[in-house]
Design a protein around this ligand. Structure first.
Ligand SMILES: Cc1ncc(COP(=O)(O)O)c(C=O)c1O
Length: 347
């Protein structure tokens, strides 16, 4: 028996303004196979299922890396990819950590474009707030039950139209400090590997059950500093206007975070810092948010840690600096604001 997801609805049946963040079985995805030391049999397929040996390393030992980025419909109908080279590079780093073959940047970007063009009818219209989310992943496959790297790999990219990841959008939501760690200090936190997310499922569920958008992880050594959100990096705006974001070897280097650091400094003349954010010094901050491809910029209203509940700017209103950064970032992504050199690639 093959378990198959139903096909996506016809584009004309989709409510583009209320998409959420859910899997959809679109017509096409990209596949490539690593055999005998090279990428082979590359191209699009309509088959949403991946058939692999039961002895595959991805199933038993988590030899899997992935990425997430988006395609944006612009006002003139063209389609933007936002900094896809950065995702290619991050995936290459994740591959080094898990001893997997790298997908060259050119191949990665060409494959993204093939998937975007083939599923073009599913890119949400300009102005709907929706985007086409792209999910590249790479898995170790083949009958290989010992704990060592696989001999063969599959690289694939699928796509789905998405709206907000956190329900609030630009309305603040509340987060809670987790008692758990998602990654060890010198572990795989800086790599985008499935195991980090498996480790985050239980703490994430506890946060949701308690009515929070997600949990925020603290540093795994002392639990005194903010690390990141389960699916996004953290940033704060100090009362004197500095953009601050945590520096730690166990957080994912977010493309969005580095983009905001650049925009804060070069477009808004703000001071920026990658440093420590102690949970007992949150009064220094006027605003805070979660940033990432899926989260975009999601303002953090209240933050619960232990018996404390800290409200940053407001539980109901987005702060002015967060809004300014959001407008600049999304303006660039949707092609309304001039992008820094090399940030936008037409699909
Ligand atoms: C754990 C984690 N941190 C941060 C991010 C944000 O990274 P990016 O801005 O590259 O999407 C993500 C999403 O990819 C993530 O899963």
């Amino acid at each position: 028996m093959t378990m198959s997801e139903p096909k996506a609805p016809q584009p004309k049946e989709i409510d583009w303004n209320n998409l959420g963040f859910n899997y959809m079985n679109l017509p096409y995805r990209y596949r490539a196979y690593w055999r005998d030391g090279e990428w082979q049999d590359t191209g699009l397929t309509e088959d949403a299922n991946v058939t692999i040996s039961e002895g595959s390393t991805c199933l038993h030992y988590g030899q899997e890396v992935f990425e997430g980025l988006k395609a944006y419909r612009c006002k003139d109908g063209s389609v933007n990819l936002f900094r896809p080279d950065q995702n290619a590079k991050r995936m290459q780093k994740s591959c080094e950590r898990l001893m997997m073959p790298k997908v060259p940047t050119d191949m990665f970007i060409a494959a993204l474009k093939e998937v975007v063009r083939a599923n073009e009818a599913y890119i949400p219209p300009y102005g709907s707030g929706g985007t086409l989310y792209l999910r590249p992943y790479l898995i170790g496959v083949g009958g290989n039950i010992g704990v060592h790297p696989a001999q063969e790999y599959i690289f694939s990219i699928f796509a789905m139209p998405v709206g907000n990841y956190f329900k609030g959008g630009l309305t603040p939501t509340n987060f809670v400090a987790s008692e758990y760690d998602r990654a060890a200090h010198k572990g795989t936190g800086a790599s985008k590997v499935g195991g980090n997310y498996a480790a985050s499922l239980f703490p994430g569920q506890i946060a949701h059950d308690d009515g929070f958008s997600d949990c925020i992880y603290l540093d795994p050594i002392e639990h005194k500093k903010i690390e990141e959100v389960g699916s996004a990096n953290f940033f704060g705006i100090t009362k004197d206007g500095k953009f601050v974001t945590p520096k730690s070897p166990s957080i994912l280097p977010s493309v969005t975070k580095y983009s905001l650091l650049y925009l804060a400094e070069h477009r808004f003349g703000m001071k920026t810092e990658q440093g420590d954010i102690y949970i007992d010094q949150l009064d220094h901050f006027a605003e805070a948010g979660a940033c990432g491809t899926a989260a975009v910029i999601s303002p953090i209203g209240g933050f619960k840690y232990g018996d404390n509940f800290h409200v940053f700017y407001s539980e109901t209103e987005v702060g002015p600096v967060t809004r300014k950064l959001y407008d600049e970032l999304t303006g660039i992504q949707f092609g309304d604001v001039e992008a820094p050199e090399g940030w936008v690639e037409k699909a």
